[in-house]
Write a protein that binds this ligand. Structure first.
Ligand code: ADP
Ligand code: TRP
Length: 321
């Protein structure tokens, strides 16, 4: 089975991205029947980032995160969207099948265009480019967050429209909503997200990581009083990364009282710092040697392009090009 997912190059992946998207895909890709496609949606990032150097740094950080977390780039497919020109070609073709109202009424477009001062045609056709990412490689399953459901519906719609006229050219993909994956809370208790400035960067230095953990918002229960672990962001984060015994011990301490949030934060820091040590070391080593990242990506792109070229040949033939 082919599963495919993309992450935009809009920053260094945070703990929410790692636990919510990157690690689950890596775990699944270890099953023998799975062929995984993980790519960097650097073209999509142009809808929000215009600075090329920033984009390049973000692209490297996203690539390094996938590699550092253990994605097997030899067995699977790993590439930058921008290096597969067939993606843009297919996006143009699909765009000519996309009814204007379908794109104009998409929630994500309406939401983004109401917020932004500058609304580009690229923002409008964002879902068409995403459909091209998916259909070009005949992905069967696409693991995404809830906010992407409508984009997958648009993708299916475009594939069905095309197939109705030209025969079974595209595989109809299914969205796999990551419901089983918990929503990882950020330092303010709401969903961890770049847009809320509440992220925890597991690749950061000791000082930075400690600072973000210490900034987690807690209530004002006095030190002596018992505390409710289930409503505390520090405990919720700890539960995602510590061992069952460690979690049980911390729960006890909360319930007994006489244990402060500062102490719990120190524990959380220790677990995160130790648990992600190998990933952090590899990530920093990769960033110090960008040529290594480049080499891995280029190999992946060569492999992905072969599939892309085969598919685009079929599509061109259907369309009389
Ligand atoms: P952000 O909200 O920081 O911009 P993205 O929307 O780019 O993150 O998310 C990329 C991937 O990471 C998606 O698959 C998304 O579902 C997952 N993800 C992001 N934040 C979280 C979170 N707090 N908890 C679980 N998964 C998350
Ligand atoms: N739009 C997705 C997001 O913001 C990123 C993305 C681009 C993607 N192309 C994709 C995800 C194809 C899955 C499949 O999260």
């Amino acid at each position: 089975m082919r599963i495919l997912t993309g992450i935009q190059s809009t920053g260094t992946p945070h703990l929410g991205n790692i636990l919510g998207a990157i690690q689950p895909l890596i775990e699944r890709s270890r099953q023998p029947e799975i062929q995984a496609f993980a790519f960097i949606a650097d073209l999509h990032s142009l809808t929000t980032i215009r600075d090329g150097q920033i984009r390049q740094a973000n692209t490297r950080a996203v690539a390094a995160a996938w590699i550092a977390c253990g994605f097997d780039t030899d067995t699977h497919f790993f590439y930058r969207q921008s290096q597969i020109p067939e993606v843009c070609e297919l996006a143009w073709y699909l765009g000519c099948f996309a009814p204007y109202p379908m794109l104009a009424n998409a929630h994500s477009f309406k939401e983004k265009s109401s917020r932004l001062a500058d609304v580009s045609a690229g923002l409008f056709t964002y879902p068409v480019l995403m459909a091209a990412d998916i259909l070009l490689f005949d992905a069967q399953a696409v693991p995404v967050g809830k906010d992407q459901i409508q984009h997958l519906e648009i993708t299916r719609d475009l594939a069905e429209t095309f197939n109705r006229q030209y025969g079974p050219v595209f595989t109809i993909p299914k969205a796999e909503i990551q419901d089983h994956v918990k929503v990882i809370p950020g330092t303010d208790g709401q969903k961890m997200s770049k847009s809320y400035h509440n992220t925890i960067n597991i690749f950061a230095s000791e000082k930075e990581l400690r600072k973000s953990i210490m900034s987690i918002v807690t209530d004002s229960t006095p030190l002596e009083a018992p505390k409710n672990p289930d409503t505390c962001t520090v405990f919720r984060l700890y539960s995602l990364v510590a061992s069952p015994e460690e979690i049980a011990t911390l729960r006890e301490r909360y319930l007994q009282g006489g244990y402060g949030y500062g102490q719990a934060k120190s524990l959380l820091f220790e677990v995160l710092w130790e648990k992600f040590r190998p990933q952090r070391d590899r990530f920093n080593e990769l960033l110090a040697h960008p040529d290594e990242i480049e080499k891995i990506l280029q190999l992946g792109e060569e492999k992905a392009r072969q599939l892309a070229q085969d598919k685009i040949r079929t599509v061109r033939a259907c369309l009389g090009f």
